[in-house]
Design a protein around this ligand. Sequence first.
Ligand SMILES: Nc1ncnc2c1ncn2[C@@H]1O[C@H](COP(=O)(O)OP(=O)(O)OP(=O)(O)O)[C@@H](O)[C@H]1O
Ligand SMILES: [Mg+2]
Length: 313
Amino acid sequence: MEYIVEIKDLSKDYETGFWRKKKVRALDGLTLNVRPGQIFGFLGGNGAGKTTTIKILMSLLFPTEGSAKILGSDISDVSMHSRIGYCPENPYFYDYLTANELLDYFGQIFGYDTAKRKQLTDELLTAVGLEEKSRSRQLRKFSKGMQQRVGLAQALVNDPEIVFLDEPMSGLDPVGRREIRELIVSLREKGKTVFMSTHILSDVEALCDEVAILRGGRLAATGSLSELLSTGNEQRAFELLIGGVASEQMRNAVSGINGAKVLTKPAGTAIEVQNESDIDAVIAAARTCGGKIISVNPVSLSLEDLFVEAKNR
Ligand SMILES: Nc1ncnc2c1ncn2[C@@H]1O[C@H](COP(=O)(O)OP(=O)(O)OP(=O)(O)O)[C@@H](O)[C@H]1O
Ligand SMILES: [Mg+2]
């Protein structure tokens, strides 16, 4: 199977207003393919159409136009649902069940016997980092982050081949985010595919093999992170960090270098040059002032730049 998710010309109009006369186009001709075995980041600002796309893929919403396939089956074929997992943006469960009971219930839906359900419940709640003492408490007493963890555990009950996670890190504290990151990476190690929407760019940089960036319901960019971050970057700028010398003195020393930018940073004075060939001149200037070279780094386009660019395009 070349693609595990194939989205073709997908559009969605929400009908709003009195008599549902007004139409809001949330998704506009989205075409996108996802290869199996990777962590795919589905990016976009608020209202870009991420949740709408995921809900259409889960058959919770009907598309206005277009089609999509998961695991080679059309999304209208719900038998494929036994092979996929889904954690919604704001997981909401039966308030009066405990975490243990909820997972047991989902295990029953998939027809597992009591022993298997018990083992799975323990395994999954441990994997998502839900403390043992919380597992027998009612879900209505759970914090946002705890609910998010239960939502993730629930998405993995049937050992799915692909899981769709809508903002899996929302509501988690830094420790929780790290735990969930590790869980997501372990899924990839088991050969699973993870399709996750997010706008936390550091998570994307740490986790995702490929990404798609949505803007106003349209695809603004797609590809591997390294590909996307290197485009338009042929002529690279470099940043030199110089210590042990006052910024003003460095500013004067490099004033003859065309396009050199000077910035005072906590660790020293940063000098950005537009050409690799200017690096030597900056080093020479720093030496004459008695400065120490701390580092020389290429300035690469950050994911944040790319995200903002995609938003403004
Ligand atoms: N039920 C609805 N009725 C009308 N409009 C809707 C509805 N749900 C979403 N929209 C609109 O569709 C667009 C896309 O929303 P969607 O929730 O898919 O965005 P998102 O990318 O998930 O955003 P966020 O990052 O805030 O979760 C938005 O303009 C939103 O206002
Ligand atoms: Mg959303």
